[in-house]
Ligand binder design. Structure first.
Ligand code: B12
Ligand code: SF4
Length: 518
């Protein structure tokens, strides 16, 4: 049987990285079946185009996974696929909490033939076997013989064959630049951001987060050996393709067990398996100097920190008072000294927020080393304690907000501001943070750093701006580069000069071509 795994985009936001679940389920599929992957973020398709593809390829089963904000589109795609008689199984965090909605048991239309609840590592082979026999069940649940929920162990962990997978749709180098860079870019013809997990689960239980409920509060880790082996294979592929690979450790809190994280990072260093990597780590765990040294030595470049708010009352409200706003600056300095930068995430519209929250937050950020800030509004996802609390208090204005996805618009009313005010604060924070002036200022603050690091910073800032101001066309990008022409021109001139010097003087000159792989 031919199987298609499909991840929808939502037409508004695009991910820069493929989803791990597709590669994981592909690796867990019995070898007699063939699995194709399409990520709508990399390859946007209409319903008609997707159905045509499914017909042309004679696909016998389609698996769709979606976050809440993509699920309305996932349902539309599923409806079109089922209309031509191909069965659809859905999985992921949203349908796990809203299985009745996907199966049409809530009075609405049915979108899926079957749903996979929770982690599907162990149920997927069963789903495939049932589908091949034409006997799909409606619900697949990871339970043991007694009916108790069973979380899959990550030891052993499937070996995702990155070295042979077709990753073309996920190449981040724009098509127009590829042939030039292949010839002159010393290893920059392709650039892939690859998701890897080293563990699952988080015990912290922040009120707005689905992770503790979905993956559980006990953490499961892969062995160091299996993670190191995956990195080495990726590194080999990057060398073979003369391309670049960076890794995103998608663990929810990569340093949740500091002792174990240090041991993994030491093993990565010892094996020479360093690739540039990004991970999510909460600020409280970054107090440890030795950990930050190991992050740096093992290839860590960008750390995503869920700061959420600079107001301790807000943090207490959402059960995240292990975050201490008073130490944010010190944490960021500690990282920056080692040339590691932070993606700092903030949530506006919390119950203690008032108009002016953007200015107050931007004021704090101005005192920090340059960061990539991202701003969202408090959103209640189904299955979270926040969703239950707001629902019980009758505060949800759009209880099924996902069926009518409106980016950056709250679905409940905060206590001390209106929904429109919260939206205006988010807008202000994005506009100010990614204006051409702010980009220039951020680059000035790291003017003493290597050209590669400054270039990476500028490119990252241009991409991150796109989270709020979607940059989907060539025209969008042209305008953006024109707005940022001063730093772009300055860096391009400097880089070109160094490139020419390095060709003339050999490898001793600082060059643009330092490979990302250490
Ligand atoms: C990496 C990540 C991202 C990446 C992008 C996603 C990517 N390309 O991987 C980045 C950093 C960009 C990101 C952004 C956001 N993210 Co995010 N992200 C994650 C994270 C940390 C890991 C995802 C992952 O790979 N997990 C590991 C895999 C193995 O688990 P899984 O995807 O759940 O898949 C398993 C099962 O669900 C199931 N399954 C999944 N799909 C399918 C499909 C089928 C057919 C079957 C059978 C089974 C199945 O099988 C898999 C194996 O067991 C998760 C948290 C988490 N730990 O999952 C949040 C998470 C998915 N993100 C979340 C959110 C809210 C966001 C943002 C909206 C945050 C924000 N405020 O801006 C944005 C939205 C991005 C956008 N494009 O619009 C929420 C989603 C909640 C929800 N109900 O939708 C999560 C769960 C975290 C949370 N705090 O609750 N995210
Ligand atoms: S620390 Fe992060 S992953 Fe853990 S519960 Fe809080 S928000 Fe979710």
């Amino acid at each position: 049987m031919k199987i298609l795994l499909y991840n929808p985009d939502n037409g508004v936001t695009r991910n820069f990285m493929p989803h791990l679940w597709m590669f994981l389920l592909q690796s867990l599929t019995p070898p007699e079946h063939q699995v194709l992957l399409i990520d709508g973020n990399a390859k946007p398709l209409t319903e008609e185009e997707l159905v045509q593809f499914i017909r042309d390829e004679e696909i016998g089963l389609v698996g769709i996974g979606a976050m809440t904000r993509m699920v309305a589109r996932a349902y539309r795609m599923a409806d079109a696929i089922r209309a031509v008689g191909v069965p659809v199984v859905m999985g992921g965090p949203h349908v796990t909490e809203a299985a009745d909605e996907a199966l049409g048991r809530d009075g609405g239309p049915r979108h899926a033939d079957a749903v996979a609840l929770g982690e599907a590592d162990e149920t997927w082979p069963r789903i495939v076997a049932d589908a091949a026999r034409g006997q799909l069940k409606e619900v697949y649940e990871p339970v043991d013989e007694t009916g108790k929920e069973r979380k899959p162990s990550l030891t052993p962990y499937p070996s995702i064959p990155w070295e042979t997978l077709d990753l073309d749709q996920f190449n981040l180098v724009p098509k127009i630049a590829r042939s030039f860079l292949e010839r002159h870019g010393a290893g920059w013809g392709t650039f892939h951001m690859v998701p890897i997990e080293s563990g699952r689960g988080c015990p912290y239980g922040c009120e707005f987060c689905t992770v503790t409920g979905f993956f559980g509060d006990s953490i499961r880790f892969r062995t160091n050996e299996s993670v190191v082996d995956e990195l080495l294979r990726l590194k080999m592929r990057a060398r073979k393709n003369l391309g670049q690979i960076a890794v995103f450790f998608i663990d929810d809190n990569f340093a949740i067990n500091i002792k174990r994280t240090k041991s993994l990072l030491r093993d990565i260093i010892a094996a020479g398996a360093q690739l540039p990597w990004t991970a999510q780590i909460s600020a409280n765990l970054l107090r440890d100097e030795e950990l930050v040294d190991l992050i740096s030595a093992s290839g860590g470049r960008w750390i995503f920190i869920g700061m959420e708010s600079i107001d301790p009352a807000n943090l207490a409200d959402v059960n995240k008072n292990f975050n201490k706003p008073g130490e944010y600056a010190a944490v960021l300095d500690r990282l920056s000294k080692r040339n590691i930068y932070a993606i700092t995430s903030f949530i506006f519209g919390m119950d203690n927020d008032t108009p002016g929250v953007a200015d107050r937050t931007l004021g704090e950020i101005a005192n920090w080393p340059p960061v990539l800030p991202v701003f969202g509004q408090l959103t209640a996802f189904p299955g979270t304690p926040l969703y239950a609390r707001l629902g019980a208090a009758g505060r949800m204005t759009r209880p099924r907000h996902w069926m009518d996805f409106a980016p950056f618009k709250m679905a409940h009313t905060p206590l001390k501001m209106t929904i429109e005010e919260a939206q205006a604060e988010v807008d202000k924070a994005w506009r100010t943070s990614y204006s051409a002036k702010s980009n220039e200022k951020a680059l000035q603050a790291i003017a003493d750093r290597r050209i590669d690091d400054r270039l990476m910073h500028l490119v990252a800032r241009l991409f991150f701006r796109g989270i709020y101001f979607p940059q989907l066309t060539k025209l969008d990008w042209t305008k953006l580069v024109a707005q940022n022409r001063r730093p772009v021109w300055k860096l391009a001139r400097e880089a070109f000069g160094l490139y020419r010097a390095s060709r003339k003087n050999g490898p001793r000159a600082e060059t643009l071509t330092r490979p990302l792989q250490s």
